[in-house]
Design a protein around this ligand. Structure first.
Ligand code: PDD
Length: 286
């Protein structure tokens, strides 16, 4: 089936969707994005993704081209037109096409480029990987230092993912000054003696929407949380490890740099948080 793609107000068959070669998203990675999951045909954590989109745009002095209601309507139409019951919606806003290549930002009357597309996934909630857990390797964090802005500068995370694949692992965790920052496309956690440990929010990491929800649910379930840095050695000696993202929800990590975490199987805290997250976020889906 040909997907319907959204480009600047038009809903088009994917082979008719066009963006200029002069677009700053293409030339400069001058663009921000969001990934929202869809379960049961509804948007998960949509309000959070919208809030972060607006923050990313504001940090880069880009105009927000749509009201909240318009963004919701576009997302909903993308779900409907593409018949998505379970999957992801990708949204990207670039600084647009100034008609030429120039390092300086174009004047504010250059319209942003807005693109959305969907990816159907059949086993997002009932994920086989979540049942067995995944393996990660550590790599140095060589990204820029404004990781709180969700930009499309994803080359280094792609390189890290390839390094993980080459090492026979599933994903990579970034390490800076001896401490884990986050995963290639997720926020990272360990569990030791019943305490959930995750790095505190700063410009060093993306402020995950799933992270915020999972920590809220964990606190409501009286689980103990410490927001602090942790090392790879601590992760290897932890009882459990896991990561969170819009595309994986809560994903158990059972091996870090070749060392088994706990008994090498997904642990009860990650499993419980995944269940709570799925149940609660389905309830509040829009
Ligand atoms: N990635 N950290 C990084 C570097 C990320 O790229 C992501 C999300 C997260 C988790 O954020 P959230 O819970 O809001 O999805 C943390 C998305 C899923 C992606 O690039 O596909």
């Amino acid at each position: 089936m040909t997907r319907t793609v959204y480009v600047n107000g038009d809903y088009l068959p994917e082979d008719q969707a066009r963006v200029s070669v002069f677009d700053r998203g293409f030339l400069m990675a001058d663009a921000v994005y969001e990934v929202t999951s869809v379960l049961g045909g509804k948007l998960i954590d949509f309000a959070g993704h919208l809030t972060r989109l607006k923050r990313s745009l504001a940090e880069l002095e880009m105009t927000n081209p749509h009201s909240d209601d318009e963004w919701l309507a576009i997302h909903r139409r993308m779900v409907a037109d593409n018949g998505i019951d379970e999957g992801l919606i990708y949204l990207q806003v670039t600084r647009g096409n100034p008609g030429d290549r120039d390092f300086a930002y174009p004047s504010a009357d250059t319209a942003p480029t807005v693109v959305l597309f969907t990816q159907a996934k059949t086993q997002l909630a009932d994920s086989p990987a979540a049942k067995v857990g995944i393996s990660v390797i550590s790599v140095p964090d060589l990204r820029w230092s404004r990781r709180d802005i969700k930009t499309v500068q994803l080359l280094y995370p792609s390189m890290a993912k390839m390094a993980a694949k080459a090492a026979g692992a599933d994903d990579a965790w970034f390490v800076e000054d001896g401490f884990v920052t986050e995963g290639s496309s997720n926020n990272t956690y360990i569990v030791k003696d019943g305490v959930i440990v995750t790095r505190a929010l700063s410009n060093d990491i993306l402020h995950g929407i799933t992270r915020a929800a999972v920590l809220r649910f964990a606190a409501e379930a009286q689980m103990k949380i410490e927001e602090r840095n942790f090392t790879i050695a601590e992760a290897q000696a932890a009882d459990e490890a896991f990561y969170t993202s819009a595309s994986s929800f809560v994903m158990p990590v059972v091996s870090v740099d070749g060392a088994s975490v706990g008994d090498g199987k997904p642990g009860p805290v990650a499993a419980r948080l995944r269940d709570i997250y799925l149940e609660e976020s389905r309830k509040s889906a829009v």
